[in-house]
Design a protein around this ligand. Structure first.
Ligand SMILES: Cc1cc2nc3c(=O)[nH]c(=O)nc-3n(C[C@H](O)[C@H](O)[C@H](O)COP(=O)(O)OP(=O)(O)OC[C@H]3O[C@@H](n4cnc5c(N)ncnc54)[C@H](O)[C@@H]3O)c2cc1C
Length: 409
């Protein structure tokens, strides 16, 4: 291959404050020089970089203080709704589910529903034209509100979505122009309902969900360095189904899927994974209930238990070590951080029984339907169509809010 285009994200552990683009560039250059599997040596050029505080979420202490539910309790007070990834989970899907929870357009009797003005011409201001701001503005437009205005700190809409469209195909033998996502990137079948709802901003205007592996035959490799205990040999790069089985063997002490008994061992591991996954789904429903994206009340005592500190603690305390590889993949493929860092609560918010079963299905049938997809024209194209006709004022850094003469911080 003469030329390739590579996008990299979340190469450092989660940091509260993102490095400057220059620092990030220096870090990337240092990192690439050390990587054994990086095939391009020093023959590369960094075209653009974006840094952002990634994955706004409450830490274990905040969760123990029930922070997400404290936000739920104040929703609608002072005629205000608080909608941001940190109130639910860092994904477009979760922002959308949370907005549906608060505005409940299809169910006026829903307990979580906040009161909206009777007068459809009442002025409504939204702070931030990022993902949640645009989704709320769109919801209010659907509900018939006519005087909605967005105030945005930067000179662009879309927030953490950073689609960089290349005007040509890379590598050159590809037929379509390349779209790089430096922010919001993937979808899964869990997004299907939302995608259907947004057809006018997506599929109807030529933006299609495209797959990465499966039928289109691309290889999604997992780098194994530093991930295994050394009990048995593991190749430096493995496919996703191989990774899940190897990791299950490493974690449980069961025989690895290698050597003459490869097939038999693989089957035993698959069976164990299937059993543990069933148990996970039952426990998930017991803890989280069916309300999406989160239960309306804190899932106590789970939230205060030691096993809830990290998703890895949670899996291990339930003897579901066979699921570590599967969850590591399902959780961190979108850059949501390692299992030992992320509170178990967020693991459960993201890996719902539906998602867990979809991942498992893909792992059993890697050539089947794609589970991980992206937009052929990028997420920015979705927001481009959605924001049309909205009133957005840019370069407004909102520092305080006055409501009917009351000053809030
Ligand atoms: C690298 C990366 C990969 C991701 N991958 C995925 C993915 O694969 N799938 C997925 O679903 N999600 C993904 N996400 C997450 C998704 O992008 C976020 O969940 C989503 O952007 C959160 O929306 P938000 O409105 O809460 O915040 P943002 O999108 O950050 O929007 C906040 C907006 O508010 C503005 N603002 C902030 N302060 C002020 C102020 N004082 N006054 C006025 N305006 C202000 C900001 O400028 C910004 O425009 C990814 C994110 C990143 C960074």
């Amino acid at each position: 291959m003469d030329e390739n285009l590579v996008t990299v994200y979340q190469i450092v552990k989660a940091v509260e404050h993102p490095p400057s683009p220059l620092k990030f560039r220096q870090y990337l250059e240092r990192y690439l020089a050390e990587l054994e599997w990086w095939p391009y040596g020093s023959d590369y050029e960094i075209l653009s970089e974006v840094t952002t505080p990634y994955f706004d979420h409450f830490g274990p202490e905040d969760l123990e203080m029930n922070m997400p539910w404290k936000y739920l309790d104040i929703q609608g007070m002072n005629h205000t709704a608080f909608v941001h990834a940190s109130t639910c989970f860092e994904s477009v899907l979760h922002c959308w589910l949370y907005i549906n929870l608060l505005f409940a357009p299809d169910d006026p009797s829903k307990k979580s529903r906040i009161e909206l003005p009777q007068d459809k011409s009442a002025p409504i201001v939204i702070l931030g034209a990022g993902v949640s701001g645009l989704l709320v503005a769109n919801m209010l437009r659907d509900l018939g509100y006519e005087a909605v205005r967005l105030l945005e700190k930067t000179d662009r809409y879309g927030g953490k979505t950073h689609t960089v469209p290349e005007g040509f195909p890379r590598p050159q033998h590809e037929v379509k122009n390349t779209i790089c996502e430096l922010g919001t990137c993937y979808l899964s079948p869990a997004y299907d309902e939302m995608v259907k709802k947004f057809a006018q901003f997506t599929t109807d205007v030529g933006n299609k969900q495209v797959g990465f592996g499966g039928p289109t035959g691309n290889f999604r490799g997992i780098i194994t360095k530093g991930q295994f205990s050394g009990k048995f040999p593991v190749p430096p790069v493995v496919s996703y189904p191989e990774y899940i089985l190897l990791k299950a063997a490493d974690e449980t002490g069961m025989s690895p899927p290698i050597g003459p008994d490869r097939k038999k061992n693989a089957e035993a591991l698959q069976e164990r994974i299937a059993d543990d996954l069933d148990a996970y789904c039952v426990e998930h429903e017991r803890i989280m209930g069916r309300q999406k994206p989160m239960p309306l009340k804190p899932p106590d005592p789970f939230l205060h238990s030691k096993s809830a500190r990290s998703f890895l603690d949670f899996l291990r305390s339930n003897d579901w070590e066979s699921l570590v590889g599967l969850m590591q993949y399902g959780y961190s493929v979108q850059g949501y951080g390692p299992l030992d860092e992320i509170p178990a609560y967020y693991g459960l918010v993201w890996v719902t029984p539906d998602v867990a079963r979809q991942i498992a299905r893909e792992f059993r049938n890697p050539d089947g339907k794609d589970i991980v997809t992206a937009w052929s024209l990028g997420w920015s194209d979705v927001w481009y169509h959605m924001q049309r006709g909205m009133s957005i004022t840019y370069n407004v850094d909102v520092i305080s809010v006055y409501r009917a003469g009351v000053l809030d911080d």
